[in-house]
Design a protein around this ligand. Structure first.
Ligand code: ATP
Ligand code: LTN
Length: 343
């Protein structure tokens, strides 16, 4: 067992990882495969901070009661998926006010031209024509603040977040030139080779998204087995019969093969060989069983955690205390570099 001192030294030597997910809907297979599966694998080797991006969720209209329940539910989903609150710092973004404060400083350094290029803003504002608010537009700056506040070395995300990560890196450059170099660490994106973009089940040209209005498009990690089977069996595939990965001509089937590969640990080539001469239906039945089997222990743990809100709150508080120490330290250096007076 390491003592407190050796534990602190180990932490200093380990690289810092930070990532988060927006508190909308329930986590999906896309979030699990593209992000949380990797977060879990990094817990032993890195100093990891994982947070619930609840402030980011406010870029779309939220019902206060639903949002509140969802924050508990998301926290439980993180833990149920295997993130360890003792080993990592797991916290809720809005409980650390430094995020909003650093966000403002960085917003004042970010040219609008850079935000105009963000494809996620374009996609989300097309989907959300009735509520194109300024938060949706400046969202990537808040994301940069999340990362830079903790001096993260690596940020494990899915492919859709690559552009936001690039912006966070640009913002470090803006800060260095405007104020002082070395105050904010330059982060790197860490994007998995396989599964970085899991596609929607009904429209495999779009990414699977937990806030999709059509729930047939995603499998949520807390969907019951019947729902999971139904959604996977009705996933859109082409009319061919050969089980062969081909992103261009068979995007739906290729998506199912990617999910199968990540969850089973088999290569796509192995799966293709196993299903030579079989029909798409066989693959779908087996994939549904694999997803149900993978998620069964997660769901058991999730429902158990949700029975005890006090326990969840206690863990949130512990996470916030750990995160706060680090966030306050960076914000102080930033305020000093900017020339703000602290009394
Ligand atoms: P929303 O629908 O609210 O935009 P989302 O499902 O896109 O949500 P986020 O909270 O934006 O999920 O993302 C959490 C993490 O999951 C990020 O690292 C993101 O890159 C990853 N991720 C999201 N969707 C997918 C996907 N379809 N495939 C792989 N990774 C994904
Ligand atoms: N924008 C991210 C969620 C997010 C995030 C972050 C991820 C908010 N802040 C900081 C990594 C690091 C998304 O996946 N939509």
């Amino acid at each position: 067992m390491p003592n407190a001192k050796s534990h602190a030294i180990l932490l200093i030597m380990k690289k810092t990882i930070l990532s988060g997910s927006t508190v909308t809907g329930d986590l999906t297979l896309g979030n699990y495969i593209g992000a949380i599966h990797n977060w879990k694998q990094m817990q032993n080797d890195y100093d990891c901070l994982y947070f619930l991006a609840d402030l980011h969720a406010l870029t779309v209209t939220q019902d206060p009661k639903i949002l509140k329940n969802r924050i508990y539910s998301f926290f439980a989903q993180y833990l149920a998926l295997g993130l360890d609150p003792q080993q990592n710092t797991i916290f809720v973004q809005s409980q650390i006010h430094e995020h909003a404060e650093l966000n403002w400083i960085l917003t004042c350094l970010t040219p609008m031209g850079y935000l105009n290029r963000m494809t996620q803003f374009k996609e989300k504002s097309e989907k959300n024509v009735k509520n194109i608010n300024a938060g949706l537009y400046t969202y990537p700056v808040l994301m940069a603040a999340d990362i830079l506040l903790y001096q993260a070395d690596l940020v494990p995300v899915g492919e859709d977040q690559r552009q936001h990560l690039e912006l966070a890196r640009d913002i470090v450059g803006f800060f260095d030139r405007a104020h002082a170099p070395g105050v904010l660490k330059m982060p790197e994106a860490f994007i998995p080779k396989s599964g970085a973009r899991i596609m929607s089940l009904q429209d495999p040209t779009k990414k699977m998204s937990k806030s999709d209005d059509n729930e047939k498009n995603f499998v949520s990690i807390i969907d019951d087995p019947k729902k999971i089977e139904k959604k996977i069996k009705s996933a859109a595939t082409d009319s061919d019969t050969v089980i062969k990965y081909n992103l261009e001509n068979k995007p739906g089937l290729s998506n199912l093969l990617t999910i199968y590969s990540v969850l089973s640990g088999k290569t796509v080539a192995q799966i293709e060989a196993d299903y030579a001469g079989k029909m798409y239906g066989h693959l779908k039945v087996d994939l549904a069983a694999l997803v149900v089997e993978t998620l069964a222990p997660v769901q058991l743990k999730y429902h158990d955690l949700m029975k005890n809100q006090d326990h969840l709150e206690m863990l949130m508080k512990q996470g916030a205390e750990k995160a706060k120490v680090r966030a306050a330290k960076t914000l102080k250096s930033v305020y000093d570099a900017v020339g703000l007076v602290r009394v």
